[in-house]
Write a protein that binds this ligand. Structure first.
Ligand SMILES: Cc1cc2nc3c(=O)[nH]c(=O)nc-3n(C[C@H](O)[C@H](O)[C@H](O)COP(=O)(O)O)c2cc1C
Length: 328
């Protein structure tokens, strides 16, 4: 069985990748992930706010009128809780590159264009094999149009692409209006790959304390379904590498994602729940299933259920919605 895949130009022996999360930026757990079959790993993100904070702090320290930045600095102070700071991040990239033989993908997480994006170049200089840009934005300004937000995302990709020579993947949220069009524009702007989808952490209300609350919950398999539809659509709309993140817990989840068009499958929650050994189980179960169904390669399966290849593409669109409602 040829289980290999190509992602961002890398020839990988397996589609399973350790997605951005706590296990990917510690050398011991990264080695463990590699031993258990991760064919690449994405580091936890460095956030725009962290980079901006450091730049501001450096500026304040070198300027005599430091107090003029006082207000901004106190705003940023709450960001000190980040696990790794910008300099430490670069050191971590170097350590990971020494520790593992698989590609190491550095991750930047933000929402504006600007100087902070040049950090992608620093991550490249530290030895990262690729960058994943996670665009996480809560569009709440009533005067900001969807077109403007999309243009901003495209401009971010252009900015990063200009500053690096390594491949760039863009991790997107599902909340863009015209995903197929945006995907194509991001690829035209230089994205070598797209990763669907960022997971937004939901808010809740504590009605007794009258507080908004939020809690980090690991994913569940149901979250994959949104991704399957859009993988299937984006897979036929653009030529870039495609990755899935969100809701892959079993080998069947991974199989579905590949059928929908994913070149790689990122796993985080399942590994946090079951330990790095979960990756080996996913791989062996997937191989067993493919052998049983007489697949000869992953390539044969890839995209076989995307919008260009599935037997009834209408189910991906409005037709399915109308007919489903009649069945109840
Ligand atoms: C504890 C934790 C930390 C995470 N940190 C990051 C991060 O730094 N950057 C990022 O892009 N995604 C981060 N994620 C999101 C994951 O990379 C992934 O997209 C998400 O968990 C969905 O995949 P899953 O269903 O396999 O968990 C994190 C997820 C968890 C659970």
């Amino acid at each position: 069985m040829d289980f290999s895949t190509k992602y961002l130009g890398f020839d990988l022996p397996s589609p399973f990748i350790a997605g951005a999360g706590p296990l990917s930026d510690n050398t011991d757990s990264a080695k463990r992930l590699e031993d258990e079959g991760a064919s690449a790993l994405v580091m936890r993100s460095l956030f725009e706010e962290q980079i901006e904070e450091e730049a501001l702090a450096t500026h304040a320290a070198t300027e005599s009128h430091a107090e003029s930045h006082g207000e901004a600095l106190s705003y940023f102070a709450r960001h000190h809780e980040f696990v790794i700071g910008p300099d430490e991040y670069l050191e971590r990239v170097r350590q990971l590159k020494e520790a593992v033989d698989i590609p190491v993908v550095g991750s930047l997480n933000g929402y504006t264009t600007g100087g902070w994006l040049s950090y992608a170049n620093s991550i490249e200089q530290a030895g990262a094999d690729a960058i994943e840009l996670n665009v996480y934005y809560v569009a709440s300004d009533p005067n900001e149009t969807a077109a403007l937000i999309e243009e901003n995302t495209v401009a971010m990709v252009q900015d990063v692409k200009k500053s690096i020579g390594i491949p760039l993947a863009v991790k997107l949220s599902p909340f863009y209006t015209s995903m197929a069009n945006l995907s194509k524009r991001l690829v035209d702007a230089g994205a070598d790959g797209l990763v669907l989808f960022n997971r937004y952490f939901e808010l809740d209300i504590d009605v007794d304390e009258l507080e908004m609350t939020s809690e980090l919950r690991l994913s569940s398999p149901g979250e994959l379904l949104l991704r399957l539809r859009w993988l299937a659509i984006v897979s036929s709309a653009c030529s870039a590498s495609l990755g899935v993140t969100g809701g892959v817990h079993t080998s069947l989840d991974a199989i579905k994602a590949v059928m929908a068009g994913a070149d790689i499958v990122q796993v985080v929650s399942a590994v946090l729940m079951g330990g790095p050994g979960r990756l080996k189980t996913l791989e062996s179960e997937m191989l067993e299933w493919m052998t049983e169904k007489e697949y000869e390669s992953l390539a044969q399966m890839k995209g076989s259920m995307d919008a260009d290849h599935c037997p009834d593409p209408d189910v991906l669109f409005r037709g399915n919605y109308m007919s489903l409602l009649q069945t109840y």
